[in-house]
Design a protein around this ligand. Sequence first.
Ligand code: PA5
Length: 462
Amino acid sequence: MLKLNYKCADSSVVGESNGLDIQKEFDNYKDRIAEIITNLNGNKDKRGQGLQWMNLGYSEETVWYVKEYAALVENRFENILVLGIGGSALGGLAVTEALLKPYWNLLSSEQRNNFPRIFFLDNIDPDGIVGLLDVLDLSKTLVNVITKSGSTAETMSQFMIIKDRLEKELGDDYRKNIVATTDKNIGVLRQIAEQEGYKTFVVPDDVGGRFSVFSAVGLLPFALVGLDIDEIVRGVKDMDLALKNTDIHENIAAQNALIHYLLDTQKGKKISVMMPYSSRLKYVSDWYVQLWAESLGKEKNLDGEYVNNGPTPIKAVGATDQHSQIQLYNEGPNDKIINFIRVEEFDTNLEIPKIFEYTGIGYLGGKTINDLINAEADATRVTLADYNKPTVTISIPKINGYYVAQLLYMLEVQTAIAGALYNINAFDQPGVEQAKNYTYALMGRVGYEESAHILHEKMVAV
Ligand code: PA5
């Protein structure tokens, strides 16, 4: 299992103004935490609670359908192109970057065991879209368009461009190159998919985008590139079982949620940096940033009071960002908690040759890059502690489907518990919806005329 080391967030290490008496706080909050976990467990099957993501470790039916389709299309496509944004893309990016062989898209088909390359188009930069379409042979590309709402302008505009090109190139056969993942009943994409006869998968009810990685949103692309989705789902399930424990002393998601919450509300640590010491986990930082920001950044609390809540998440990657951000974290304002992720065992052991022994770098020879990256993680943690800057370290035994799934699921539960501690709704995103509605209005969507009018007046003013 994953481990959480929170010693460097304790006041005995970083001082009382920057750290917590953690064992005392665990005791103070043990009843509140037990109540929160009991509520999460008790409500996860109830409709309208936004908690269906807690059931994704048990969705055998989805796994079965995903595997069936992946087997059907195996060897038929050279590329998978995922169209999606935010929660419809970041989980997929995080997991594929972590689990596929590094530089997957540059490997030969043989090196990929004949599984396809995978591309995520999660922005609407025209140059970026055209650039990608210039290098992809669309006739050999399976397009997985993912949008829960079925109407997000970024995703649907990309889809319209690509569908049009596919149809021009392949005629009626173009449908075989499209698979849509969306709501089971509502939304424009569902309507189009039914009219046009696309293969579809479902984003389950009550699963928000940023909590959807273990639904078909993630599982389908994972299976299409040959990842073992049984192993991934097993990781989710085992972590779910572990996190059902209502005792804060045994529940790492609750521990990290409470530490973050108290450091924010009592010690002014309003920024949460996610810094895995692994390039393969770099998109886990991006994914975490969305999860933490969209879930906890809320104008009102559950009692309807204006609170403008929200710790600010920042992405980083070790050791790279030691040479860009750590100067600030060491010597700048003491307003952060830094989450290190430490990989205990890498897939490869890379030795540094014993050369240049007569120079100042001779000490590196005979060691491994593995020793070096973890030494750097330790050195950075200790340096931050010297500066009285709080950190926590999540240790992951290996980067495989089982543990990466555990990591992501643990962070989801941590977010849900933090939401309850802050007394906000962690599962909606009215601020995102507002910007989406303004975009629809600006682009002339029917039904948004009133918003367009208001918006044009405001745009003159600002
Ligand atoms: O987490 C969320 O809910 C958002 O980030 C959405 O995933 C994002 O806005 C995309 O929405 P949709 O899947 O409806 O296209």
